[in-house]
Design a binder for this molecule. Structure first.
Ligand code: ATP
Ligand code: MG
Length: 474
């Protein structure tokens, strides 16, 4: 591995890296930093936890120090937590510059954000939806002069479709700019390229068949659906008994499940906290901070936390459900074994998920190992766990989780400057139009069928007449 100084980075940046415990560049940094410094567009494709963020943050900061102005760089990323993390990395590494950054993500106050944008921050880190909203609705800021447009795992499979928002954003940025794209998989990188056309970019991909890192020990447990939670409790208990310093991320499929599992594990006195999209944004950030600082050792999350999140202390990822998309699996388990550390992932697999595991194994070119468990230990706690879960479900129903979800949605809309009642009316009207269309379609179909049966009848009648005539002649 070469040194940072050999890549053309300035001493002050190298010092900043050292303060963060970064002394030698990772391959993605070693290969992508020089061409970016030379002014080329760049596409970088490397495994999870391999330092892709610094691979674009460092050269952008260097260029910013040579010619500081705002808005200098726009970074687009799919989730709010990821935006926060990227902005933080800019802030830490760019501290000597007196860097001003700004985060434009959904779920936060639009007016405050507009004000921040008008102050011309050096770096804007945004989720596409919210930034597009700002571009559509305000002229208090401009991204016409940005020098860099960077995207971090924006168009990965299983992500929201940002096509419309990207169109708005791309029409607001200058054609003459440097574009930097980073993703964990090649197909995703290429898809990003297609929608953000670039001139002969420098392309770098880490050469490896296996898409997950070597340091990750990937396991599975085959379990009936009803015993899943008991396995989960058993796994955590064992891990807690055997380790002093630990943290675990558990991924599950729905917000409600996330909530129920959190309540259930709290009943067992595990320091658990959750992260899902039904929560208010401020709560999401607060919970993540509590988990990062190890106040809580277990984070139960939906796939909002699957991409890009970098929490070095996470040693275990448990998939409470087997992810349907192999790439989602790669993202989820990539939350551990980062930057050369070791990590374990354990996927709970029911008999209905076996084909999903085969797809995952094919994609990652690795076989998952069976995780040894003493079943008798699990059976001992099975009833207690299931009763506790049921109690939590009942408790959650009484707190009107679904109703709260609706209220949160309304609050979110108000924050976004939309009128929830008007939106509701619009939705109702749309529904009406859809129903009318359906009725109309039905009528047309009926009419066509009627006509067809009439024609058929006529034909039959004619056939009969012909036959009659034929017999009469004979
Ligand atoms: N050269 C380096 N040496 C040591 N650690 C590094 C280096 N560069 C980055 N890191 C650290 O590695 C961790 C992972 O980096 P980062 O989040 O950028 O990975 P990533 O490739 O973006 O992963 P993902 O695909 O999950 O988004 C971070 O904690 C970062 O501080
Ligand atoms: Mg990343």
């Amino acid at each position: 591995m070469s040194e940072f100084s050999a890549l053309g980075l300035s001493d002050w940046l190298i010092d900043q890296c050292k303060q963060m415990g970064i002394s030698k560049p990772t391959p993605v940094q070693e290969n992508c930093v020089p061409p970016i410094l030379q002014g080329r567009d760049c596409m970088g494709c490397a495994k999870t936890g391999s330092g892709k963020t610094a691979a674009f943050v460092l050269p952008v900061l260097q260029k910013l120090s040579e010619d500081p102005y705002g808005i200098f760089c726009l970074v687009l990323t799919p989730t709010r937590e990821l935006a926060y993390q990227i902005a933080e990395q800019f802030r830490v590494l760019g501290k000597p510059l007196g860097l001003r950054d700004c985060m434009i993500v959904g779920g936060m106050d639009m007016v405050t954000q507009a004000l921040e944008l008008s102050k011309k921050p050096h770096i804007v880190v945004a989720t596409p939806g919210r930034l597009a909203d700002h571009i559509r609705s305000s002229n208090t800021f401009s991204i016409k002069k940005i020098r860099f447009l960077a995207t971090d795992r924006l168009l990965e499979q299983g992500c929201t479709d940002f096509t419309k928002d990207l169109e708005v954003i791309l029409s607001a940025v200058p054609a003459k700019r440097q574009t930097l794209l980073f993703s964990a998989t090649l197909t995703d990188t290429l898809q990003e390229l297609k929608s953000i056309a670039m001139n002969k970019p420098f392309f770098w991909e880490s050469k490896s068949e296996v898409r997950t890192v070597e340091e990750l020990d990937q396991r599975y447990i085959l379990t009936p659906e009803k015993v899943k939670d008991a396995y989960l409790v058993h796994l955590i208990q064992k891990f807690q008994d055997e380790h002093e310093d630990w943290s675990i991320i558990i991924f599950t499929n729905t917000c409600k499940n996330c909530q129920i599992l959190t309540m259930m594990l709290q009943e067992f006195n595990f320091p658990t906290i959750s992260l899902h999209s039904t929560m208010k944004q401020k709560q999401r950030f607060a919970n993540l901070a509590k988990f990062k600082s190890s106040v809580f050792k277990i984070l139960i999350a939906t796939d909002v936390a699957a991409r890009g999140l970098d929490i070095p202390t996470v040693q275990v990822v448990i998939n409470h459900n087997t992810p349907g998309l192999p790439k989602m699996y790669i993202h989820r388990v990539g939350r551990t074994a980062r930057a050369g550390r070791n990590g374990v992932s354990i996927t709970l697999v029911t008999q209905y998920d076996i084909h999903l595991v085969h797809c995952i194994e094919e994609q990652i070119q690795t076989k998952l190992k069976e995780h040894p468990v003493e079943e008798s230990e699990v059976l001992k706690i099975l009833t207690q766990v299931n009763v506790t879960r049921r109690a939590c479900e009942i408790k959650l129903e009484s707190t009107d989780f679904d109703e709260k979800k609706e209220t949160n949605k309304r609050v979110q809309m108000i924050l976004e400057g939309k009128d929830p009642d008007l939106e509701q009316k619009r939705r109702e009207e749309l529904e009406k139009i859809r129903n009318q269309k359906k009725k109309f379609k039905k009528k047309i179909n009926e009419a066509i069928q009627k006509k067809q049966s009439m024609i058929l009848k006529k034909k039959l009648l004619q056939k009969k007449l012909r036959e009659k005539k034929g017999t009469a002649k004979q």
